[in-house]
Ligand binder design. Sequence first.
Ligand SMILES: Cc1cc2nc3c(=O)[nH]c(=O)nc-3n(C[C@H](O)[C@H](O)[C@H](O)COP(=O)(O)OP(=O)(O)OC[C@H]3O[C@@H](n4cnc5c(N)ncnc54)[C@H](O)[C@@H]3O)c2cc1C
Length: 151
Amino acid sequence: MKSYRSVSESETLPTGSRYCHGPASTEYSAWAIGDVASWRNTVGQQVRVEHWSNVAEQARVLAPALLGAEPPAAVTVPYFWSDQYDVKIQCLGEPAAGDIVHLVEDDGRKFLAYFERDGVVTAVVGAGLPGKVMKTRAKIAAGAPIAEVLA
Ligand SMILES: Cc1cc2nc3c(=O)[nH]c(=O)nc-3n(C[C@H](O)[C@H](O)[C@H](O)COP(=O)(O)OP(=O)(O)OC[C@H]3O[C@@H](n4cnc5c(N)ncnc54)[C@H](O)[C@@H]3O)c2cc1C
């Protein structure tokens, strides 16, 4: 009899991914990605990210896993955007309620804010400043010191 188990319940995808932990497995014949799936993030929280680009990022991990191959080593930074009339609101990373917020730009319509935890940049949230938001991706992936981001 085959076992059926989703990513939301287990650690079935290969190590090296931000999304999933544990060894590759051919034991299971049903896999889940997208809104329906959750995973344990790097700080041990069980999370779901119900956003569009997240599905594609998970597929990049799942496809090699299904073939028994190593997943890409690159760290994935969670991302979403929302177009509100002519203003694009974006969030990269994983902001948390206890993070220190550095509001570095705010003209009443456009803004840019960096989130800091333990001296490290965890996320950026912006409105109307897509270039500046996306430039922060590498620093979040690398866990850069907040001082480097604010410089
Ligand atoms: C109104 C709205 C606005 C959004 N705006 C944004 C945004 O601005 N930015 C962003 O990042 N994300 C946004 N999202 C979230 C984003 O759309 C989802 O995170 C993403 O589509 C999830 O992809 P998925 O493949 O997991 O699920 P889905 O895209 O929901 O795909 C699931 C598919 O399965 C099909 N299906 C369901 N049941 C069955 C069945 N029994 N048999 C066969 N097929 C079935 C469905 O018809 C659907 O096509 C928005 C969502 C909504 C609802």
